[in-house]
Design a protein around this ligand. Sequence first.
Ligand code: ZN
Length: 122
Amino acid sequence: MRPLFQLLRRAVKPRFQVAFVGEDFPSPLPNRTLVITVDGSLALAAGMRCPCGCGDDVLLNLLADQRPTWHLTVRNGRASLSPSVWRTSRCGAHFWLRDGRVEWTADQRNQLVKDVRAWFAR
Ligand SMILES: [Zn+2]
């Protein structure tokens, strides 16, 4: 049963699309989308609805000369962020975005519940 369960887990995992916009984030941020603000060819920041489904926005700096900063790679329209994203206040979500998918860190409880909530978040 374990491989089947893992297949189902994978199927339910929200896949985040990537959208590049100008210097301002749209409001509200679109669901299941990593929005990248750019100035010319320079990526400034990344924004996404928190993948736990709490409804908060998560905004991440991509400029290397400001801290904290995240490294963004986009391959075949799928984004990866490094290091992990850890919301130390509010919902406490801690995850990696890898290849467009949210990978919860081992300390996160109710991972399946979070993924399902993210699907249905408005
Ligand atoms: Zn959250």
